[in-house]
Design a protein around this ligand. Structure first.
Ligand SMILES: Nc1ncnc2c1ncn2[C@@H]1O[C@H](COP(=O)(O)OP(=O)(O)O)[C@@H](O)[C@H]1O
Ligand SMILES: [Mg+2]
Length: 496
């Protein structure tokens, strides 16, 4: 235990020769609201601008029930190095608890425990199988995937009457979890403005103070609250670290909106920076009969199975993605039946492009087993026959190989930049997810895999395959034959 010292009527703790103020007192505004909503809702998130005092508050909040025997709290970061940083900060605040390095936990004399843990890979979540905590806290929740969050929620229970089981997070916009956190909290629990905008003369910045809005209750009766954070709410930063605010202010416009204003509509690390809904999203239209039509798939059983529908204007070479199908947790037969319903309504489908992993067999050992794509084809044909709409369908395997992901993403960025790719309003999921994909941490040319990448993956499979062969490209323009053939042969389509 650390030494407690009294000085000028305030209590400090001696930590490595420094005097650190002992008690955490929440600042007025968001920190106070965050503390108030502790114990009120099933899910709570405190997020937005950087420097708002989120981490400090979360560390202190963990210790709230330290005096109750049986209290168990888990504090999470995505990776171990980041967790160590948090532990170091926590040791300065949680001075009434002993740190036990071998157990990665603080222990109170009451027996209460605050464990520090990480979950770098999604599979690491199973390390927590069977654990039980009343509070699970995530610092930088947007670094986590929804899969991890949902699994951890199964470890969040309480049998202590005074402690409500609660999932609590803090975080900035951006990161692999940006979209699901935005959807789960920010979009559902709209903050309310307090008074008008405030002008800060010193920093020459105008900002809008906000308070948490209404608690949101979902279909299952679970409750959610979002406490918005702004850097101007943290007087410690505003008074002691002016340079920090000035640095945030100097950031490029978009990044500044996320980091200084805490805006969730833009963020750092967006992969498709070319995305502009005003240019790329168009109204649905009647597709002329002579335009070729394609379906491109992305396969998932627990993850969504996606089918994107594309067409190309044969005279301009512009590509339109005009419809989408998706469902999750269903059999191939179900997906085939659903796609058949749509295909039956189409005058024709020139090609179905499927990902190479559908060439897998249901049983790896047994070569007699059908591949997934064969099963899918069989069901699709049967369903179309049932609907009395038999169709001649051509199946092509999407290009695969070591660098195809990166090449494909590049092609999509080109397509948006030029632009020769447009998406109709009917493709709701693609429009919702594409802008929020981020760069992979290890390979910035790749998209970080996440819960929401399936619509983009299916589109990528399609775009790469549909793009014209360079031999038929004149200059930078894609020139299509004036009289497109009824059925395309391989020669007409680029195979990379
Ligand atoms: N209530 C508080 N009392 C004392 N210091 C605080 C308080 N809230 C925040 N701070 C200080 O403000 C700085 C930024 O806080 P931090 O929690 O790291 O912000 P965020 O996690 O939102 O980026 C830190 O140096 C922290 O110690
Ligand atoms: Mg922080």
């Amino acid at each position: 235990m650390n030494n407690i010292v009294e000085k000028d009527g305030k209590r400090f703790v001696e930590h490595e020769g420094l005097l650190v103020p002992l008690l955490f007192a929440p600042l007025e505004g968001p920190q106070t609201w965050f503390m108030e909503y502790e114990g009120q809702t099933d899910n709570l998130f405190y997020g937005g601008a950087r420097g708002g005092g989120k981490t400090e508050c979360l560390i202190a909040l963990a210790a709230k029930y330290g005096h109750i025997p049986g209290y168990r709290c888990l504090y999470m970061r995505r990776t171990h190095p980041r967790l160590i940083q948090s532990v170091e900060r926590a040791r300065m605040v949680l001075t009434n608890m002993g740190w036990r390095p071998s157990e990665n936990s603080f222990k109170h004399e009451s027996g209460a425990i605050i464990r520090y843990g990480h979950c770098q890979y999604e599979a690491d979540r199973f390390n927590y199988q069977g654990h039980e905590y009343q509070k699970i806290l995530f610092d930088e929740l947007t670094e986590f995937t929804k899969k991890i969050y949902e699994f951890m929620a199964t470890c969040c229970r309480s049998t202590i009457p005074d402690i409500k089981a609660q999932m609590i997070g803090t975080g900035n916009p951006g990161g692999v979890g940006h979209l699901w956190v935005k959807k789960m909290y920010v979009d559902r629990c709209k903050p309310v403005p307090i008074g008008g905008k405030v002008y800060n003369e010193e920093f020459d910045v105008t900002w809008q103070p906000e308070a948490p809005g209404k608690v949101y209750t979902d279909e299952e009766g679970l409750t959610y609250q979002f406490v918005p954070a702004k850097v101007f709410d943290n007087k410690y930063i505003i008074e002691n670290d002016k340079a920090y605010v000035l640095r945030l202010k100097k950031l490029p416009q978009e990044v500044r909106k996320a980091h200084l204003d805490g805006s969730w509509d833009v963020f750092v690390g967006q992969f498709f920076g070319e995305w502009n809904p005003k240019v790329h999203v168009v109204d649905s239209f009647k597709i002329p009969l002579n335009w070729p039509r394609y379906v491109s798939l992305d396969f998932g059983s627990s993850a969504p199975f996606v089918g994107m529908f594309h067409t190309v204007d044969p005279y301009t070479g512009e590509l339109y993605t005009y419809d989408e199908y998706w469902a999750k947790g269903q059999s191939l037969r179900y997906h085939a039946a659903q796609i058949a319903l749509r295909v039956a309504n189409e005058p024709k489908i020139d090609m179905i492009i499927y990902p190479h992993d559908m060439h897998r067999r249901f049983s790896k050992e047994d070569a007699d087993f059908e591949t997934m794509i064969d099963t899918f084809k069989r069901h699709l044909t049967e369903e179309l026959d049932k609907l009395k709409k038999p169709k001649h369908l051509r199946f092509d395997k999407a290009v695969s190989g070591p660098n195809t992901r990166v090449m494909g993403w590049n092609l999509m960025r080109e397509a948006l930049a030029e632009p020769w790719w447009r998406i109709t309003k009917d493709c709701k999921m693609l429009i919702q997810t594409l802008p929020y994909l981020i760069h992979d941490e290890k390979n910035p040319d790749d998209v970080q895999e996440c819960d929401e990448d399936h619509w983009a993956e299916a589109s990528r499979n399609g775009l790469v395959h549909i793009k014209r062969s360079p031999t038929e490209t004149k200059g930078n323009k894609y020139e299509f034959k004036k009289k497109p053939q009824r059925r395309m042969t391989r020669k007409h389509w680029m195979v990379m």
